[in-house]
Unconditional design. Structure first.
Length: 169
């Protein structure tokens, strides 16, 4: 079914007009998508340019500070920083060693705990179950308190190591 518009000088069908309109809408969508992509790229580039400007400003500020300080004070400052870094590295090494020792102690405690539990199980076959249960609970509570303390110390040491190593690696 074809409708034609008959007006003086214009002879076109309604279907052709609709097809052209559909084509134009599709082209507009494509152009809109392309414009959105360009906007995103422009925004991204603008952010990069701003970051570069900020970086350059910070470098300029540092250079200005460095120009106003004598070379000997810069060298002295660097030497102090190097000493601090060495001290922190030494402290890190000590913390690692301490952490390893605590982990070894925890392993030893767990081994002793397992031995005690095994002995209690063997004794439970011969002894009164109420006494055995009471001993188990008491021993478990004490062991858990020791384990919690060691775990807390280990986590504090790990955190200290992470904090110390963060900016230098």
């Amino acid at each position: 079914m074809s409708y034609t518009l008959n007006s003086p000088g214009m002879n076109c069908s309604l279907e052709k007009v609709l097809a052209d309109a559909k084509s134009l809408v599709e082209r507009l969508r494509n152009h809109d998508n392309a414009a959105e992509m360009l906007i995103e790229q422009t925004t991204s580039l603008n952010k990069r340019v701003e970051a570069m400007k900020q970086y350059q400003e910070e470098i300029d500020t540092l250079n200005q500070v460095a120009r106003h300080r004598p070379r000997s004070s810069l060298v002295l400052g660097i030497q102090q920083e190097n000493r601090q870094i060495r001290q922190l590295q030494l402290e890190n090494k000590e913390l690692r060693t301490s952490l390893e020792e605590h982990q070894s102690a925890l392993e030893l405690i767990m081994t002793k705990y397992r031995e005690q539990v095994f002995r209690l199980l063997m004794a439970s076959k011969r002894d009164d179950p109420a006494i055995v249960n009471q001993l188990k609970e008491q021993h478990t509570t004490e062991m858990q308190a020791h384990i919690d303390k060691i775990n807390e110390m280990a986590s504090v040491m790990k955190k200290a190591i992470e904090v110390d190593e963060g900016p230098f690696m």
